[in-house]
Ligand binder design. Sequence first.
Ligand code: 4AD
Ligand code: MG
Length: 431
Amino acid sequence: MTKKSAIRQVHQHVGETVTIGAWINNKRSSGKIQFLQLRDGTGYIQGVVVKSEVSEQIWNDAKSLTQESSLYVTGVIREEPRSQSGYEMTVTNIEVIHLTENYPITPKEHGVDFLMDHRHLWLRSQKQRAVMVIRAEIIRAVQEYFDTNGFTLVDPPILTPTSAEGTTNLFHTKYFDEDAYLTQSGQLYMEAAAMALGKVYSFGPTFRAEKSKTRRHLIEFWMIEPEMAFTDHEESLIVQEQFISHVVQSVLKNCRMELEAVGRDISKLENIQAPFPRISYDEAISFLQSEGHEISWGEDFGAPHETAIAEKYEKPVFITHYPAEIKSFYMKPDPNRPDVVLCADMIAPEGYGEIIGGSQRIDDPKLLEERFAEHGLSMETYQWYMDLRTYGTVPHSGFGLGLERTVAWICGLDHVRETIPFPRTLYRLYP
Ligand code: 4AD
Ligand code: MG
């Protein structure tokens, strides 16, 4: 049997005969030549079948191939500057594995619901594949940043007895005789880990039973959550902007073809280099009011507000120092102005919304106890979290990056449903 090659490796086999396991993406014929558009998941290549150079059997096999039929195709790899991949295969043999009939996703336009019902097949399309490759590169670059900057990867639990981000959108389940919830955020556990390991990060799924049907909300999404002991709010912002710059620059370097396949304007991403602009919540409110938005101090921002603010900048922007009352119980008040907290949301450019939420955490045990009472949270279930303040409390900060919103921004997608292989949205659990 001849040597096997993945399509992305064909450049190593110019002039050689190799076999590729592939699917038919598309096919053209000009009477005496058939052009097979082949895909194997790693890339795309054209296979050229010349009638006068193959047996009648092979010619007819080639003719029988339909969209998404699977086959082993053998041939000689040639350089072909006119083709998109730079290479072509002159086909010498075809072994049909399966002839597909009536593949539902044809090259014509389909509606979103139809595509979502066929998500398991839609993933094979060029654009969807490119998004998955970019998502994987983002995850790789995230881990590279933290692994090379002194952070240790720690996995928080998924089944939890308490809430981390408010009690209104918890997914409830039974844990034998007890009540349990799917995690909304690993943060509280990451704070414990930071006290044990210094600088830590997690990467895992999180769940929010949010009844919001927007372009930015998923029920199940993946979060990266770093937590740093002996680190204040300002120092955390510096980590955040360096981290995001690293991720964007890595995608630019390693995913050129995929960015092209999703039609991304690359010049916009090239701008993404630290430092990022910062404005306070107060300044953001004044700006929005001056632009005619009806919003007053103490209200949270909605998508149109975030977009209006982001439009002023070419880079992500930090909005800092939100009112304590609209943020989570664990955020540390600004010592100079206790009605606001030491926090920041990072808003992506071009209207992609909040990608990071972060803050310095309350380190004073008394204040934390007060907050539990104010928020009606039972001290019993959070006793372990209090212990982190009782035994050697330190200033510490952390943040959470939403992976899917980051993918949407970097790929320029207008909805998060295309950023994850099998999205869980308000009305969709299938496939
Ligand atoms: O701002 P959030 O709620 O912050 C936390 O959960 C903190 N405990 C993180 C921390 O400090 N360790 O969520 C963080 C990010 C958001 O900025 C957003 O990017 C993403 O998670 N996110 C969602 N993404 C998709 N669908 C949803 N329903 C999301 N909710 C939050
Ligand atoms: Mg948030």
